[in-house]
Design a protein around this ligand. Structure first.
Ligand code: NAP
Length: 311
């Protein structure tokens, strides 16, 4: 166990975590950021971000997140690789297990975000890294000149499909309904792209071929006709949303039926001194700018809390 007690530990290094780090660092609280399983969060897996204010031409997601990190570091935020495997929020200081270390902190900001959702197909997990992926920017390049399928009907799926047309000979976007959640601008762009073909009212029942250790086809079923078919494809990219990274708080914090941390007054959890911000507690907006905003709120709450505690 480390003997020193931190003022504030921030779990997660996406938009919310970096912003909380920036604000708590500028408040002289020497924040420690535990980077988590996916350093940089969802922005580090995306391409051009066009809706973060202040960048009229847009900015690449990884560049934006790197800038945030540099900015927080400039004011003294410390970053540490690894993830929090368990926490004890029963008494203060709170205790966190990170790798072999036990850390103690007076306050905790949960900014652990959300991770890609999988379909749960019989052979999906076995083919991850062999053609099944949730990250077009990471893996798209490997499928140059090949036929690719993208699953989902939201902005993520549109974005992935558009990005993958840079590499693929053909992209088939498969969606379980014929109505789309995607914003009009993203849907229009995808629909206007001649290399993207839409298959609606269609679900994926399995991905083939686990014996060959590569994706060769998707087994599909049309929801309206009930008809099954196989679509040849070399890769399947998922864009079907995310699951909050909050499992370790089960039983210690209030959570909804989908595992999102429930907060009141934006970022307050039921445990004084513990705050939640970004996608781990936001099922409604889930934007980079709203995550950054709630990271700022959590940091200000930490400052107030420590002041009230006489620190
Ligand atoms: P989302 O909006 O929740 O969309 C998820 C999609 O996946 C839905 O179409 C859903 O179908 C489908 N889906 C979910 N589970 C499925 C399953 N088991 N089988 C088949 N399909 C399934 O998630 P998102 O696209 O990741 O977007 C999340 C948030 O980030 C949104 O607020 C979005 O605006 C934002 N975002 C913005 C941008 C951008 O502006 N450039 C890019 C990416 C994300 P149903 O519609 O039938 O439920």
């Amino acid at each position: 166990m480390e003997t020193s007690i931190h003022n504030v530990i921030i779990m997660g290094s996406g938009c919310a975590g970096h912003t909380a780090a920036l604000y708590t660092a500028r408040a002289n609280l020497s924040p420690l950021v535990i980077e988590g399983h996916e350093p940089g969060g969802q922005l580090s897996l995306t391409t051009l971000v066009e809706n973060f204010p202040g960048f009229p031409e847009g900015i690449q997601g990884p560049e934006l997140i790197e800038n945030m990190r540099k900015q927080a570091t400039r004011f003294g935020a410390q970053y540490r690789m690894g993830h929090v495997s368990s926490v004890d929020l029963q008494k203060r200081p709170f205790t966190l297990n990170v790798g072999k270390d036990i850390l103690q902190t007076r306050t905790l900001i949960i900014a652990s975000g959300a991770s890609a959702r999988w379909l749960g197909l019989p052979h999906e997990q076995a083919l991850i890294g062999h053609g099944v992926s949730s990250c077009a920017t990471c893996d798209g390049f490997f499928f140059s000149g090949k036929e690719i399928a993208v699953i989902g009907g939201g902005d993520s799926a549109m974005e992935e499909a558009l990005f993958l047309t840079r590499f693929a000979s053909k992209v088939t976007l498969i969606h379980r309904r014929d109505q789309f959640r995607a914003s009009k601008i993203m849907l229009d762009r995808a629909q206007k792209n001649p290399n993207i073909h839409f298959l609606t009212d269609t679900i994926v029942e399995d991905v083939l071929d686990v014996e060959k250790k590569e994706v060769t086809a998707l087994r599909l079923r049309n929801m309206k006709t009930g008809k099954g078919s196989d679509l040849p494809a070399s890769a399947m990219f998922l864009g079907i949303g995310h699951i909050p990274n909050a499992k370790i708080f089960e039983g210690q914090l209030d959570m909804d039926q989908d595992g999102y941390v429930i907060s009141r007054d934006y970022v307050l959890t039921r445990v004084p001194g513990v705050y939640a911000c970004g996608d781990v507690q936001d099922r409604r907006y889930r934007q980079a700018v709203t995550a950054a905003g709630s990271g700022c709120m959590a940091a200000i709450e930490v400052e107030k809390f420590l002041e009230e505690q006489g620190r």
